[in-house]
Design a protein around this ligand. Structure first.
Ligand SMILES: [Fe+2]
Length: 410
């Protein structure tokens, strides 16, 4: 893939996004108008017990009642939703016959609703939808209302589930599951605990940085019929990733220092959504590939795992992508003199990520979650098997390279 001759290089790239984004404090109230416009008669709300008890689901209920739609609430959302939970939701949907799903919560609840809507609409077994482009028909409308600033699932074309049969995580990737409407209301993130805010925030930062540094779009062979799960880096993806990094540089630490700072919460909410747009078009790569086995081995969250490896992944890419890594310093607010050498700016960007990770209280290395040298070979092997992510690295990546990144992340 690295040595494509010029004749094989792509000359085009694609950009996808959902059809509507409504953003701002109080945005949840606009749900009424969305339901009226869609002429929705039957709304299936997908959330969890915690958010029901916190009163957040009640706000959506009020908006749905004002639209006169009938409503059913599924309260059994869980962290890392399993295919079994998706099946339970499909059972509820089969009984209730919704014409629209409203997901309220973090990435887990949104992914649950996206997957169930696709399986319900196509009358398919959810496991048959794993992989790229296996959802081949339009799904019921999905409105996503995030309550954390992290995954960006409200705008992405992916849903990550835990396969109840194998215990492994698997992804559904299809433009058909990109939510129709994202209602991003920063007020809903005000009660998000600092630990979750930090983990979600570093995930959003990882999305933006990886989307900015992945392989260029022209380094992939075109597949006009099937498309590609991720396009590789392109100019419009850059625009979203750059803005997301700027917002995270300005606001991530602020939301940890003062969880009730609505301006900072708004900055992070917007950043997470923009980073979601960027990565769901351009892609994510080695940090996410390495996080997968780290999360499984040490039972740490997706954000913690990403945060552990992100600086070393940037370091690994800082030769191939030196000017881009250097630019990240500016986006993250590092003061630079006008004639700072590129190599120095790249180092400053990586140091800034390390510093941010520490200041928001996240583990700074594998050893902090219980890992040591003897775990590295196994983790590297599993990460290497995730072709879809490793192929997006801007440089040909070997098992030894992954081993080196993990060793630098100890
Ligand atoms: Fe992520």
């Amino acid at each position: 893939m690295n040595n494509l001759s010029d004749s094989l290089k792509r000359t085009t790239w694609n950009f996808f996004s959902g059809s509507q984004l409504t953003f701002g404090p109080g945005a949840i109230g606009t749900l009424t108008g969305v339901l009226r416009r869609e002429q929705s008669q039957r709304v299936l709300v997908v959330s969890d017990q915690v958010l029901c008890e916190a009163g957040i689901v009640t706000q959506a209920e009020v908006a749905i009642q004002q639209s006169n739609s009938k409503m059913e609430i599924f309260r059994d959302g869980e962290i890392e939703p399993s295919t079994e939970t998706v099946e339970k939701l499909i059972e509820v949907a089969t009984e209730f016959k919704p014409d629209l799903f409203v997901a309220i919560g973090g990435g887990s609840n949104m992914d649950l609703a996206k997957a169930a809507a696709a399986a319900f609409s196509s009358q398919s077994d959810v496991e048959s939808l794993f992989g790229f482009n296996q959802v081949i028909t339009a799904t019921a409308k999905v409105v996503c209302i995030p309550t954390t600033a992290g995954t960006g699932s409200e705008v992405t074309h992916s849903a990550i589930l835990k396969n109840s049969t194998t215990g492994n995580k698997a992804a559904i990737l299809s433009q058909h599951i990109r939510p129709d409407v994202a209602i991003v209301d920063p007020q809903l993130t005000l009660s998000c605990p600092p630990q979750v805010s930090a983990e979600s925030g570093i995930d959003a930062l990882t999305h933006a940085i990886e989307a900015y540094l992945v392989r260029n779009f022209f380094a992939f062979s075109e597949n006009f019929d099937q498309g590609l799960p991720y396009e590789g880096n392109h100019p419009l993806g850059d625009m979203y990733a750059e803005k997301a990094m700027c917002l995270i540089g300005q606001n991530l630490q602020r939301v940890i220092d003062d969880p009730h700072d609505l301006a900072a919460r708004s900055g992070m909410a917007l950043a997470a959504t923009l980073a979601g747009v960027a990565y769901s078009s351009c892609g994510v790569s080695l940090a996410h590939a390495l996080e997968y086995p780290i999360g499984a081995a040490f039972h740490c969250s997706h954000g913690v795992g990403n945060g552990i490896v992100l600086p070393a992944v940037m370091e690994y890419w800082s030769t191939t992508r030196q000017s881009r890594v250097a630019q990240i310093a500016g986006f993250l607010g590092v003061a630079q003199s006008e004639n700072m050498p590129i190599a120095e700016a790249a180092d400053a960007a990586i140091s800034r990520v390390r510093e941010l990770r520490e200041r928001i209280g996240l583990p700074t290395g594998l050893s902090a979650v219980g890992g040591n040298e003897t775990d590295i070979a196994g983790l590297a092997n599993t990460a290497m098997s995730l072709d879809r992510l490793v192929a997006l690295s801007p440089v040909t990546t070997t098992l030894e390279d992954l081993t080196g990144i993990l060793r630098a992340s100890l």
